[in-house]
Design a protein around this ligand. Structure first.
Ligand code: COA
Ligand code: UVW
Length: 331
């Protein structure tokens, strides 16, 4: 059974409730139909009931079985507004501003459904930039206890099975932190190792990427990655990691052996931690488009409850797959 099939089997057993706050996008409506048919989750769509039904009819999506929640006609709206005012007290958010957000920003409303237990998780981003989804998630859901850093990972399913574990390899962070410092890079490594183990069932081998392998180049940017490795050593983490490594040394056995002899990770990494968001985001899109890899995510890490983002270039299948992944992240 492939990765997504096995995740869907797990999701079916739990039948969680997942919010899709962007039903104005016909891919979301078609994905809702697929999720309902595959029974991987219960679906909540946010918006005006008549509009959503008309849009679904127009694009031929059968969304029977989905629950439609209209914030403008929602019994519990005052509770949601009060909660947002409380959460943003330190930012002096007024009740009027909170009301405006809850009525008109479905990603915030959807995150509040999750926070207050009216839904289990949320998937958005097909019709909005990542920053909009992340802001709603970070402000409403917040980080999990003891976690400082929200980051993300893509599960890359490469076609020929040569890289990672039978073709499965995680890339991080490709969506959240533009310029991570060494501490944040170490947090990204820890979070991605946890996702690899819990969502994909991998034994993590983390390569901390750079344009240098083991001191082959000198630059403050290389120092940052080396320092992140020192932090991981200090933390005494329970997974294999090595760095700094170039990408070829991380994934090609013969090159890893030449550039980083004796490394437990070089040549066989199944997690690549990129040094910043420029390299991470560009890197995942090139592998997805040039190599035809499936890119599942970005799976957001470090939040107290699961909210996952999509690329605006996603397919109906990508949305349905991420709904299943989200459903299995719920504890
Ligand atoms: C993630 C992102 C939206 C956060 O921006 P921001 O302006 O700091 O967001 P907010 O002001 O809503 O943050 C709310 C709080 O979360 C904190 N926060 C922001 N990013 C965080 C992170 N990665 N982890 C933990 N906390 C974070 C902020 O410091 C802020 O704290 P405060 O309320 O105590 O002041 C921003 O870093 C971003 O745009 N990232 C790039 C997204 C992107 O374009 N990706 C490329 C395509 S996928
Ligand atoms: C993750 C990502 O790059 O999202 P988008 O393509 O929507 O910017």
């Amino acid at each position: 059974m492939g990765l997504i099939e096995s995740i869907k089997e797990k999701a079916k057993l739990q039948l969680r409730t997942i919010v899709l706050p962007e039903p104005e996008d016909e891919r979301v409506l078609k994905a809702a139909q697929q999720v309902i048919e595959e029974k991987t989750a219960k679906v909540v769509l946010i918006g005006n009931v008549e509009t959503i039904k008309a849009d679904a009819a127009k694009c031929g999506a059968n969304i029977e079985g989905a629950t439609i929640v209209d914030p403008k006609n929602f019994d519990n709206i005052n509770r949601y507004i009060d909660e947002l005012v409380e959460l943003r007290k330190s930012k002096n958010l007024s009740r009027e501003e909170a009301t405006e957000i809850m009525l008109n920003e479905p990603r915030f409303f959807g995150c509040m459904m999750v926070r207050l237990g009216d839904a289990d998780g949320l998937v958005a981003g097909s019709n909005s930039p990542t920053a909009d989804v992340l802001k709603a998630a970070i402000q409403v859901i917040k980080t999990a206890p003891g976690i400082n850093t929200v980051s993300s990972t893509f599960i890359m399913e490469t076609a020929d099975g040569k890289f990672g574990d039978n073709g499965l390899i995680l890339f991080a962070d490709c969506a959240v932190i533009p310029e991570p410092n060494a501490e944040q890079l170490a947090d990204i490594a820890c979070a991605t190792a946890a996702t690899a183990a819990s969502v994909v069932g991998l034994d993590p081998r983390v390569a901390m990427l750079s344009f240098s392998t083991k001191g082959s180049a000198s630059h403050p940017l290389v120092d940052k990655v080396q320092y992140a490795c020192d932090i991981l050593t200090e933390r005494n983490v329970n997974f294999s990691f090595d760095g700094e490594l170039q990408a070829d040394a991380a994934i090609i056995e013969s090159i890893g052996a030449k550039k980083a002899p004796g490394s437990k990770v070089a040549g066989k990494a199944n997690i690549l931690v990129f040094p910043d968001l420029q390299s991470g985001n560009i890197g995942y899109k090139l592998v997805q488009r040039f190599a035809g890899a499936e890119a599942h995510g970005p799976i957001v890490q470090g939040l107290n409850q699961p909210v996952n983002d999509l690329s605006r270039g996603c397919s109906v299948e990508d949305i349905a797959n991420l709904v299943a992944i989200t459903a299995t992240q719920i504890k």
